[in-house]
Ligand binder design. Structure first.
Ligand SMILES: Nc1ncnc2c1ncn2[C@@H]1O[C@H](COP(=O)(O)OP(=O)(O)OP(=O)(O)O)[C@@H](O)[C@H]1O
Ligand SMILES: [Mg+2]
Length: 199
């Protein structure tokens, strides 16, 4: 496994501190990077887990998919949603879709798994919520914190997350991350003029 891959695993396991994220004490370090590389890395990292559930991955994205985000947090967002997709899908397909919108980057994670009713979809971004109590005993989905954290992280980026789902058909999560704002561009230009001495 690549260093990058190992780093991703560490990140996801270590940094699920919901309270910190919620209280905004985690500062985003936003930068420009190619989101396609993250999609590739996550697929590589989760491929053996997907194989265990007889799922196969597809990526639909341009080779170059610019995004402005905190790299590690973005990894955490996509990793968590994709990890769920595998957990709730057997013998299916998980598609990671990346595209540019108007001044934003759009990531969709679509699965052909068990899906959710409207009722079940309602509270999934709430802390400790599980769509179905019986899923609690499932071999996966331990704490019910994943999507609550994902939601917080997306909001901190000024973005949105939404879900569409049908029982026995599958689920699609859509994450939209806005481009760098004019305000942020000005700040970045200032920083360049008078670089912060981080001593
Ligand atoms: N792709 C999906 N297909 C069907 N149901 C889903 C999917 N993703 C999430 N859910 C439902 O939403 C609930 C909340 O997801 P979340 O990731 O927050 O918690 P979890 O996976 O149960 O636990 P954790 O991620 O903390 O180990 C899940 O328990 C499941 O019922
Ligand atoms: Mg989860």
């Amino acid at each position: 496994m690549s260093n990058e891959t190992q780093r991703l695993i560490r990140l996801v396991n270590e940094n699920l501190d919901y309270e910190k994220i919620r209280s905004n004490s985690i500062r985003l370090e936003k930068r420009h990077f190619n989101a396609r590389n993250v999609l590739n890395n996550i697929v590589e990292q989760l491929s053996s887990k997907a194989a265990e559930s007889k799922d196969h991955f597809e990526i639909q994205s341009p080779d170059d998919l610019p995004i402005y985000a905190d790299y590690d947090r973005f990894v955490q967002i996509v990793f968590n949603i994709t990890n769920n997709a595998i957990q709730f899908t057997d013998n299916g397909t998980i598609t990671l879709i990346g595209e540019r919108g108007y001044q934003e980057t759009v990531i969709r994670i679509a699965d052909t798994g068990i899906g959710m009713t409207k009722e079940q979809q309602k509270n999934i971004f709430e802390r400790y919520y599980k769509a179905d109590a019986s899923r609690r005993a499932h071999k996966y989905g331990e704490s019910g914190l994943g999507l609550a954290i994902v939601h917080q992280l997306v909001q901190q980026h000024g973005g949105t997350i939404s879900v569409t789902s049908k029982p026995h058909k599958g689920t699609t999560f859509t994450v939209i991350i806005p481009d760098q704002t004019d305000e942020e561009k000005k700040d970045a230009a200032k920083q360049k003029q008078a670089p912060k001495t981080d001593a």
